[in-house]
Design a protein around this ligand. Structure first.
Ligand SMILES: Nc1ncnc2c1ncn2[C@@H]1O[C@H](COP(=O)(O)OP(=O)(O)OP(=O)(O)O)[C@@H](O)[C@H]1O
Ligand SMILES: [Mg+2]
Length: 429
């Protein structure tokens, strides 16, 4: 399929855009400028192109034509135009040596004059005007695979605690439930705490199978298997529950969950990972490869240190993503000395996604009844906090309750008395 990237439609620095990872493909780039060569090489290191085999060289169109005269073409060719040669003529020459299945991305020069229509006719799949940043290259290559195969490419939101017991699972379950209910987005929670996970309890579910069957199965998971293992919690929410039994121990390799995540994201727009508080190859990988990360912390010194360390490692591993988000939970516990939110934010050099008050009655009622906070109290401030988090994480803006006017009720009564504001009388016809 041929399509041209509408560069006006998206802001290259937009932090919340969703770029889906590519499958195992080969990409070869022929650049004209140092900057493009650097951007393309760095794109090869991006998490979304981790499965791709990418090489970048100099020489532009001329070099590409020369190489492919004697070699088969890869899945994707990226060509930079330097604006001096007629790009259409060059593409015609390339077409002569290009295998039919190969997709072509052109990094254009502002001096190019070729109309889009002509580029499309020559089989160009995406055209990006240079100079490009790393993220532009990532986006362009990924768009060739997500848009053309008409499959859903779900967003993964990973939630993890900066320490054990801080409320990370509670936050993950409430946020996922809210995304599913308020935004009507089909969502799946994966409880990755296989031995002790509480998602089944929190959603009042008792599924016989779940994540353990998927990860321990000798076969590669497919959509049918995942469908069988999911427990339906509400109209738009399903759960891949943890067995929470101790008859075996759970040690996993770094890539143990990759195929499960890949399979699920083909059918599910939103996947929330409840990641246990541990630092192992597979937990780190689940965090690094997520579209968004939320670290849940309590306002004390150990949480402050751990959050800072996690932010720093994850930022370095994801240079082309928005930084991980964090929320401070259980704030205002009676008689506890706490680090105030302002100091916490200063150390993190960013504001928290949410500050959730400590409320033992509300949270323990929810936990013991197998309910969400919104089910215990629809109008509670914490319910609203989870709604805001859900909106931010699903890529929507913040919802604010309309401010209630103190004069509102009085004005309403006055209007009722004078007849103003009520339905206009119908004119006799
Ligand atoms: N804001 C809050 N106020 C009061 N209690 C809370 C709050 N948030 C969570 N809790 C309670 O804290 C306890 C621990 O929560 P949760 O199991 O979600 O933490 P966790 O970080 O996932 O723990 P673990 O490390 O065991 O996975 C639960 O009983 C939960 O109800
Ligand atoms: Mg937990």
């Amino acid at each position: 399929m041929t399509e041209i990237h509408d560069e006006a439609a998206d802001d290259p620095q937009h932090p919340e855009e969703h770029i889906a990872p590519v499958p195992r493909i080969s990409v070869q780039a022929f650049c004209e400028t140092e900057q493009t060569l650097k951007a393309v090489t760095a794109a090869g290191e991006d998490r979304r192109l981790a499965k791709a085999h990418l090489t970048a060289k100099s020489g532009g169109l001329a070099a590409a034509i020369e190489v492919y005269e004697t070699m088969p073409t890869p899945n994707v060719i990226v060509i930079e135009s330097d604006g001096t040669r007629d790009i259409l003529e060059g593409l015609d020459d390339l077409a002569g040596v290009c295998d039919p299945g190969t997709r072509v991305v052109v990094i254009g020069n502002p001096n190019d004059t070729a109309p889009y229509r002509e580029l499309v006719r020559r089989g160009v799949n995406d055209y990006v005007v240079g100079p490009v940043e790393t993220i532009d290259v990532v986006r362009s290559i990924c768009s060739l695979f997500s848009a053309s195969e008409a499959i859903i490419t779900g967003r993964i939101i990973a939630v993890v605690g900066a320490k054990g017991g801080v409320g990370a699972s509670t936050v993950a379950h409430n946020v996922a439930w809210t995304i599913a209910r308020d935004l009507a987005l089909d969502s799946v929670v994966i409880d990755l705490d296989l031995a002790f996970g509480t998602a089944g309890l929190d959603y009042n579910q008792d599924p016989a199978q779940g994540i353990a069957n998927a990860v321990l199965s000798p076969d590669r998971p497919d959509t049918a298997l995942m469908e069988r293992l999911l427990a339906k919690c509400s109209e738009h929410l399903s759960l891949l529950a943890a067995p929470a039994t101790l008859d075996r121990v759970y040690d996993f390799g770094a890539e143990a969950f990759d195929a499960i995540f890949d399979t699920l994201r083909m059918t599910t727009p939103c996947i929330v990972l409840d990641v246990p508080h541990q630092w192992s190859a597979w937990t780190k990988r689940a965090l690094v490869n997520a579209d968004d990360i939320v670290i849940v912390a309590e306002p004390d010194l150990a949480n402050l240190r751990n959050t800072k360390n996690m932010l720093s490692v994850l930022k370095t591993a994801r240079p082309n993503d928005r930084p991980p988000l964090y929320c401070i939970n259980q704030v205002g516990m009676h008689k506890r000395a706490e680090i105030d939110v302002k100091s916490f934010a200063k150390t993190m050099e960013s504001q928290p996604l949410a500050v959730i008050p400590f409320d033992s009655k509300l949270f323990s009622t929810a936990a013991n009844n197998g309910q969400m906070i919104a089910e215990v109290s629809k109008s509670h401030r914490t319910t609203e906090l989870f709604q805001n988090m859900a909106n931010r994480l699903a890529g929507r803006g913040e919802v604010r309750k309309p401010k209630r006017s103190l004069l509102g009720p009085l004005l309403k009564r006055l209007k009722a008395r004078t007849g103003r504001g009520s339905a206009p009388h119908r004119k006799a016809s």
